[in-house]
Design a protein around this ligand. Sequence first.
Ligand code: NOJ
Ligand code: CA
Length: 575
Amino acid sequence: MPNTGQGASAHDWWRTAAIYEVYVRSFADGNGDGIGDLAGVRARLPYLAELGIDAIWFAPWYPSPMADAGYDVADYRAIEPLFGSLAEAEKLIAEAHALGIRIIIDIVPNHGSDQQEWFVAALAAPAGSAERARYHFRPGRGPAGELPPNDWPAMFGGPAWSRAPGSGGGPDGASVGGPAEWYLHLFSPGQPDFNWAHPDVRAEFASVLRFWFDRGVDGFRIDSAGLLAKDPALADLGPARDGLDPDLPPRASAGPGRAALDSPAAHPFIDRDEVHGIYRDWRRIAASYSTDRVLIGEIWLPDHERLARYLRPDELHSVFNFDFLCCAWEAPALREVIDATLDSHARVGATPTWVLSNHDVVRHVTRYGRAETAFSMSDRRIGAPSDLQLGTRRARAAALLTFSLPGGVYLYQGEELGLEEVQDLPEELLQDPTWERSGHTERGRDGCRVPLPWTTSGPSLGFGTAAPWLPQPQAWSQLSVEAQEGERDSMLTLYRSALELRRSLPALGAGSRLDVRWLDLGDDVVAFSREPGFTLVLNVGGEPVQLPPGEVLLASGPLTDGRLPADAAAWLATG
Ligand code: NOJ
Ligand code: CA
C-alpha cells in the first residue's frame, strides 16, 4: 500500500482513535429501574478510561417513544427522561473530557419520531399544507387512495408508507377534501422520513448540530447517512429490488436483479448524489468550531468507490467499514476487504475505520463460531448453532487484527468482555420493531443489546440494583468485568493490553501512517508489517504457522515453539 503520509496530530485525533459505542439502555443503570442511564455511564467513566479508549459514541440519548430504541427522536435538543437530563449530559461531557475521552453523539437526520412536534402538526394540518411539506406525504393509489403511493419496502418489514389518520383540517383530525394521505417511513411507522429538499429541515438540523457543538460534543455519528435524499418523483423501485444496501429488509433484498448496482445514483433513495450537498454544509458547521469536531457516517454501501465519495475533504471525516464487519473469517476475503478499503480511502485522502460489532449486528463471538461466518443484515441467522469457544478464539485474534490496521477503530460495548449474542430471549420481551413488523419471523437485534455484566453476582450482575430490562445469561457472571479484571488470559485483559500497546507503538498510535506491507506466509495467513518495526500475523487456517523473527509483543492465544495456532494472532516487534 502506498503511504499517503497522513499521521495523526492532536487536531486529527479521530484518524487513529479507538471509539467505544455506548448503548445507554444497556450499559449501566444508575437509579435502579432496570434501564441503563447517564448516571450509570458517569459512574463507569473510569472503567472506560482504563480500557484505553479515546472517545465514546452514544447511541441516541434523546427523548423518544422508543418505536426503534431511540432512533425515533421526539426532541433533538433534550435527553430522554429515562436516561437523565440535559444538565447531566453536560456534566458527563465535562467529566469525560477531564479524563481525556471525547464525546460523539448520534444524530438521526433521515427521520424523526411520529410524536415530534413537527409531525404532530403535520398530521393536524391538511393535505398540501406547509406543515406536511417537511415530510413526504402523498395521496394513495387505487380508487379510494387505499394503496401505498409506491412500492418501497420498509426496513423492518411491510411497506414504507402508512396512512395518516386523516387529512386533517376537520374536527379531531378528520379528513376534509379527499381521502387521507400516506406518509413515507423507510423504517418503522413511528419514524416518518424528513423531506431534505425542504429548507426548514436543513435549517433545523444545522441548528441542532450547533446546539450540541456548543455543549462541547466532539462529533456526530450520522444515522442512515446515505438515505436522506429521495427521488422527487418517488418512483417505484420496480422488480430490480436487490438493493445496494444490506440495511434493507429481506423483502427488499430478495428481488431478482442487481440492476440498482449498475447505476447507483439513480436509486430512488439510496446514495443519491444530492445527499453530498448536505454534508458539505455540515462540514462547514463543524469546521466553524474547530478542525477536531468530526462527522462520521453510517452508510451501508458495498461499492467502495461510491462510499469514498462521502469522504472527500469537504464532506465527512470517516465512515464505518461495514464490509470489514460483514467479512467471512477467511484469509483471502479479509485481505481483499482490507486492500479495497485502503485503496479507496487513499484515493480521497481519507482514513479507514475498522469495526467488528455494533448494536445492529449479531455479536462477532457468535458469528465467528458459526459454520457460515460472513454476516448479512438481511439474514441474521438467529439460532444458527455457534461454537462459542471457537468464536471467542477468533474474536481475540480479530481484535488484534483490527487494532493493528491503519486508521480508527470502533468497539461495541461488551465486546471487550467477549459477550455473545443472546439468541434465546423470551419472545414476549423482544423490543426490536423487526419482531412485530416481520410478523414474528425475525427476532431482530435485541440479542446484542442485553445489559452488561459488571459483577459476578447480584440481580443484574452489577448492571444495577433491579432486574435488567432484558435478562442476562447466567454464564455472563464469568464474563463480568469483576471476573475478568486482572486475569491474564481474559478478553478484557487482552483489550486493555492491546489498546495500551496500540497507543504506545509508533507504528500503530497517533502519528502512525497508512502503511501496510503484505507478507506472504501462506494462503491461510493474514500478515503485514508497518513501519517502524511492527508485524501482525493472523492464522486463519488449520496448521500452526512459524512466526517470522522478532519479539512477540502480544498474542491472542498460547504459542508453541514460536508457532501460531489456527484462529490466533500475534503482534511482533520486527526489524
Ligand atoms: C441505523 C441504526 O444503527 C439502527 O439501530 C436504526 O434502527 C436505523 N439506523 C434507523 O434509524
Ligand atoms: Ca436507570
